[in-house]
Design a protein around this ligand. Structure first.
Ligand code: AMP
Ligand code: MG
Length: 494
């Protein structure tokens, strides 16, 4: 087998490509082919994502698709490339990074970029091997689809393929390739790259491309005296604020919020050491490599703002005025709390806002934190209580019953003033998922997959694709984490 996907070996699944990102020109990327992996096998596929690409899900059952989405043959018409970006990692300027193990196959006619992750080294691999291991690829695949089903903006995942080709991390593991799909994989770090290198023409070209494609209203905006770049920064800030409010409400910890892992479209991107909270601990750190807790759960909203500040600095040559750039970030400080409060009201089933709601939420969060009550189970049980069940299951989660009883009394009084009391339970059952991708659930599916049994991945995927449904018979996937869950250590190594 040759080292690069053979030019002669092309399969046509019917995907048609538009120039998209590659039209920006070679200053933004390096063209290269994926590097094949021996004897690939399917690990997981998403019929829903296939359909968004205009593929018949059955096409994913074919050996041609298996080879194509492993990078062993090219999809007809695709011209793969690795893009260059830079970024701040853990608060420190890291210089040039780039797609070190991802290749953009192209953008489909339906406006979706398709990317292989784990398809071999690129000029941006630095010391890395360009590969992704099975465990982290399964986590990315399942979590992309889970986060999407929760209604949170995210990159999607079409499929994961595996190969027994060894990959060397802390121990020897095996390889996998995730096919990711998003309208754009452009990150804050792409802008930082051209700003840091004083390449202002390319910086402008990139900003103009992103505005034209994804933020066209900024061209017409009269905000900031008609400064489209400032309006763009403000729009990115607002999307990011809305994203963070959703993460916080569902208890999602990203784990590596470096500026190169921040989507310019406000999508959840680059699933690594992420975690959905088990017990509610505001200072929870999910990334074993994050010794200082920079990316702890309760730090995420501030870190996102810090990252936006880096983006503002990168856009400064285009915005032209420091004060305008700072002003364009201001709305983050109002949009995030407003969005978070609105999400929390939905979790409480409150259809309208009252001044005292903040105190009600703060009081609850204090109680949950004091006893590290399970975040997902608490909210689901509270929803069921409001839907008509007794409060016992909620009270049972607390040792300090007096405190939770007092809170439940205030909550009942508040609900009595709610505009639409009957609607409350329905809002809650649509806002508080029964199923989230807890670390231990992913781990069980991964352990099975390592034995070539992919049924656990498929079962978990099916539940996570409709996380607000009851799914009778799958209670084991909605329970408390076992004791061993807290000993799972997930680091940046993937
Ligand atoms: P991450 O923290 O996973 O977002 O990765 C940060 C940077 O390291 C990105 O530029 C990645 O492309 C690169 N990278 C991570 N793992 C590898 C690998 N195994 N081989 C090559 N590059 C990698
Ligand atoms: Mg990354």
């Amino acid at each position: 087998m040759s080292l690069l996907a053979d030019e002669a070996q092309v399969v046509d699944l019917g995907l048609r490509w538009t120039p998209g990102f590659r039209a920006l020109g070679p200053a933004f990327y390096t063209e290269l082919r994926p590097r094949p992996l021996p004897e690939p096998y399917w690990v997981g596929t998403s019929a829903a994502v296939a359909r968004t690409l205009g593929l018949d899900p059955q096409q994913l059952d074919t050996p041609e698709a298996l080879e194509a989405f492993t990078g062993n043959v090219l999809l007809a018409g695709s011209q793969p490339l690795a893009s260059v970006y830079s970024g701040h990692q853990f608060g420190v300027w890291a210089g040039q990074l780039g797609d070190g193990r991802a290749l953009l196959l192209g953008e489909t006619a339906s406006g979706q970029e398709v990317q292989l992750k784990g398809s071999g080294p690129t000029p941006y691999s630095r010391m890395g091997d360009g590969r992704a291991v099975l465990r982290s690829s399964i986590r990315e695949f399942l979590c992309s689809e889970a986060v999407h089903a929760l209604g949170i903006p995210t990159t999607r995942a079409l499929c994961v393929t595996g190969s027994d080709a060894p990959v060397y991390r802390e121990e020897i593991e095996t390889s996998a390739v995730v096919t990711r799909v998003a309208p754009s994989f452009i990150r804050f770090g792409h802008f930082e790259h051209f700003a840091a290198n004083a390449r202002h023409e390319e910086l402008r070209q990139l900003a103009d491309y992103v505005i034209e494609r994804y933020y066209p209203a900024c061209r017409e905006s009269t905000r900031f005296g008609g400064n489209a770049y400032a309006a763009f920064l403000e729009a990115v800030s607002e999307r990011t604020a809305a994203l963070l409010a959703q993460w916080q409400a569902v208890g999602f910890c990203h784990g590596v919020m470096n500026t190169d892992n921040m989507s310019i479209l406000g999508l959840t991107i680059d699933y690594g050491p992420f975690q959905f909270l088990d017990g509610f601990d505001p200072r929870h750190i999910c990334n074993h490599s994050d010794t200082s807790g920079r990316y702890a759960y309760n730090q995420q909203p501030n870190v996102a703002y810090w990252n936006l500040f880096c983006l503002a600095q990168a856009l400064l040559p285009l915005i032209g005025d420091q004060q305008v750039a700072v002003a364009a970030l201001e709305s983050y400080k109002t949009v995030f709390p407003a969005q978070f409060e609105s999400r929390m009201r939905a979790k409480l089933g409150l259809a309208s806002a009252e001044e005292a709601d903040r105190a009600l939420v703060d009081g609850l969060l204090r109680l949950l934190a004091a006893e590290k009550v399970d975040w997902t189970i608490f909210w689901r049980r509270l929803s069921q209580h409001v839907a008509g069940d007794s409060a016992t299951l909620v009270r049972d989660l607390f040792i300090d019953r007096t405190a939770i009883d007092a809170w439940l009394k205030d909550y009942a009084e508040r609900r009595a003033r709610n505009n639409a009391p009957d609607a409350g339970a329905q809002i809650m059952l649509r806002s508080n998922p029964k199923f989230v991708l807890r670390n231990h659930l992913g781990q069980i599916a991964i352990d099975q997959a390592r034995q070539k049994d992919f049924s656990g991945v498929a079962r978990l995927q099916a539940l996570l694709e409709s996380p607000f449904e009851e799914h009778p018979g799958h209670e084991d996937m909605a329970g408390f984490p076992p004791d061993w869950a807290s000993s799972i250590e997930i680091s940046c190594s993937s």
